[in-house]
Design a protein around this ligand. Structure first.
Ligand code: HEC
Length: 494
């Protein structure tokens, strides 16, 4: 309401955040949080396995170092960029929710930032000093220690962010007693952390499983050994990951579980939810099987066998993130702010007076016969555009046509106007309509107009903004007040 509305009409705004965030999580969990301890563990094993006359088993050490090189390059480039990208995209698409989150988690994010900077320094130290550290046993052991420090710091950044993700799903008693600690210790925090930590280890293990084929020679003793060691790593973490998943699922409020079927498969594939669920579980268990096989018969494992489970592990993590983002709907912050960026407690006012009146950037504070379509467009922008486009992904004309089965017929305006105020009852992932009846009618007229004209909707970044004339007047009055009081102050000083 207080921010200009950025909008991507072809891609869908949620998709922009999701794309960047999912790439970031895959890298963060699979190639940093889980991968660094795995590599450090391998490095340590190299020292343990070596002859007393050498510092480390050189071939083994080289393999670990090369694997770390991949992680170093990916995390410091795409990993870091997508991290910033999340801020950038979320601030554009969802400024009000980011604003609220910053107010609650200011010190959390501040701490996370200092830890993140330390993590970047440590990863530089760890990777860039690897070769030099091999000169003496003492420096090698110190180097391994840095690997463990880096592992702890990578985990800490995740542990702080997960608190915020849990908060968005269910703020717990923060909704009644606003405080940082109440927000941080939300009911979903620990369950999600218990799930994410071992899962990151498993996913990283599969990534290492695949990489080691690149950095070891066929039929070599090193390869066989590395396969077996990696298999053990994965097998160790899988049970914790499964337990974590169960714990997390139990902690999820019932309303969120109800959203699962749409979250996994969208409305179109909802009837295949069970099937999809089994496919996902089946595909993920291939990780366990290929690890078991590697443990028993390491010489028989081929790259081709490992590739599919690795892909599945990463896809599973991607799906998990999409589902997490989806199931908290209709809220962006549970029980506090809806995904359309409007606060729940402000709803009665909007539903009585209309949302247009209160929006800061809005050209139509009052609906007239002449401005109905434009007003409908503004209502759409304020109440539907965070999740729907006009002609792109999850387009508003398409969802109505599908619902009424009227792909080749004009949409029925009055049916839509009657449906809109009740849409949250049938589809609980949608927030209630925030406006009044007149606005629902204008919105319906606009949607019908969209169907006929195929017009697309431009966000504030291309269309610019118009300040609400009502609001404008308020600002003028406020400025006058400020000017008056400054004058009064000056007089008093004299
Ligand atoms: C929080 C995000 C969100 C908001 C805000 C939202 N929707 Fe939706 N809407 C969805 C999702 C997700 C679907 C389902 C898409 C799918 O799975 O195919 C949907 C589906 C629909 C459907 C089809 C329902 C059905 O049973 O097939 C209609 C109609 C609809 N939305 C209208 C609206 C209107 C009108 C607004 C604005 C007043 C709006 N939505 C706001 C997320 C949202």
């Amino acid at each position: 309401m207080d921010f200009p509305m950025f909008h991507l009409d072809w891609l869908n705004d949620r998709f922009l955040i999701a794309m960047i965030a999912i790439i970031h999580v895959l890298i963060n969990h699979g190639i940093a949080v889980g991968f660094v301890p795995y590599i450090t563990w391998l490095e340590q094993k190299g020292v343990r396995k070596s002859n007393p006359s050498e510092i480390t088993n050189n071939q083994w050490d080289e393999m670990a170092e090369r694997m770390m090189k991949v992680a170093f390059i990916v995390t410091t480039t795409v990993g870091a960029m997508t991290g910033v990208g999340i801020w950038f995209s979320a601030a554009l698409v969802s400024p009000a929710s980011i604003g609220s989150l910053i107010r609650v988690f200011y010190w959390g994010w501040f701490t996370e930032w200092t830890i993140f900077v330390t993590e970047v320094v440590l990863i530089m130290v760890y990777y860039l000093t690897w070769k030099n550290a091999n000169r003496t046993l003492q420096s090698k052991l110190k180097h391994i220690k840095f690997g463990w420090y880096l592992s702890v710091f990578s985990w800490f950044t995740m542990a702080i962010i997960v608190a915020i993700l849990g908060f968005m799903m269910d703020p717990g008693n923060w909704n009644t007693h606003h405080s940082f600690i109440n927000g941080f210790t939300n009911p979903i925090y620990l369950p999600q952390l218990f799930f994410r930590t071992p899962t990151a280890m498993v996913v990283a293990g599969t990534f290492g499983y695949m990489l080691l084929f690149v950095f070891t020679k066929k039929n070599s003793a090193i390869r066989k050994n590395a396969i077996q060691t990696t298999a053990k790593w994965i097998l160790f973490w899988v049970p914790f990951s499964v337990l974590g998943a169960v714990y997390y699922y139990q902690a999820m409020p019932a309303a969120m579980r109800d959203n699962m079927s749409t979250a996994v498969g969208t409305i179109e594939f909802q009837q295949y939810y069970k099937l999809l669920k089994y496919i996902i579980l089946g595909a993920t268990s291939s990780v366990f099987l290929v690890a078991l096989f590697g443990w028993i018969k390491p010489e028989k494992v081929r790259w081709g066998m490992v590739f599919f489970p690795t892909l599945m592990a990463f896809s599973f993590l991607g799906i998990f993130e999409r589902v997490r983002e989806f199931i908290r709907k209709p809220y962006v912050i549970g029980g506090y702010m809806y995904s359309n960026l409007l606060r729940q407690e402000d709803y009665p006012l909007y539903q009585r007076d209309g949302i247009l009146k209160y929006a800061t950037y809005n050209s139509t504070p009052e609906i007239t016969d002449d401005n109905r379509i434009e007003a409908g467009r503004n209502v759409f922008m304020l109440s539907c555009s965070r999740c729907h486009t006009t002609q792109g992904i999850n387009s508003i004309t398409y969802v109505f046509e599908r619902m009424y089965g009227s792909f080749n017929k004009p949409l029925d305006e009055s049916a839509m106007a009657a449906y809109i105020p009740n849409m949250h009852n049938g589809r609980t992932f949608m927030p209630p309509f925030p406006g009044n009846q007149k606005e629902a009618e204008a919105l319906a007229a606009y949607i019908k107009f969209l169907q006929q004209s195929h017009e697309t909707l431009e966000g504030a970044q291309t269309a610019g903004v118009v300040v609400n004339p009502l609001n404008n007047m308020n600002i003028a009055i406020q400025l006058q007040h400020t000017a008056d009081s400054i004058k009064a102050l000056k007089l008093a000083k004299k």
